[in-house]
Design a protein around this ligand. Sequence first.
Ligand code: KIV
Length: 268
Amino acid sequence: MSDKKRVTVSTLMEMKRGQQKISMLTAYDFSFAQQVDGVGTDVVLVGDSLGMVIQGKETTIPVTMDEMVYHTQAVGRGLKRALLLADLPFMSYATPDEGLRNAGRLMKEGGAQMVKLEGGADQVGTVELLVSRNIPVCAHLGLQPQSVHRLGGYKVQGREKETAQQMIADAVALEQAGASMLVLECVPSMLAAEITAALQIPVIGIGAGVGCDGQVLVLYDMLGITGGQVPRFVKNFMEESGSVAEALSAYVSAVQQKQFPTEAESFS
Ligand code: KIV
């Protein structure tokens, strides 16, 4: 595929405007990145979930910048079309200046085309600074795994009136600060749909219902590789597929056709 067809920030904005659903998956290495890209996934996220699914750690918190750069480089080599998004790990953006230096590393050394950070209105200054230096930012609201110890576990967020209103206000503030995309994790479907309608930028859900502009899943979860209990929002696409490529393709198609997620993989 030629370079001209690469997915860019503009492509994603056009997809939102044209009501075309955006497919996103995580990847952590070259070979899986090639497979994920090959089936037409729009965005590939090098998530700090690698701490859990690659390194076997209990949370994403121990993941380092050097590890993120290493995996982003490997994934980047496997992509021809998808936009390469990489996570800023825990404490790598504790101040706006640290965020700028580390986001710069993900782009310069890792080859990322956009960086993702967790947080609401408290991250507005960092988002503004990164965007002012031409670093596209994806924000992440709802369940923020880097805050798992403060939240007291992996729980659905925004079920109460005040927390829902706070999330809407955070989403608007992040868009106004210049964020190019927003991930909503474990958010009631109706709230996620309201936020999606309120924003001009694409909103990608994970456990946030079918009303978002697109969907993301952790690759190993949707391939059924992750051991133990997986979150309710996960669907194992290998169950009805004969190969990894077929499962990935089924996921992209289900997202595009609004067949994933169903009520079974959503929260009210
Ligand atoms: O780290 C990750 O994989 C993520 C997704 C769950 C959105 O942030």
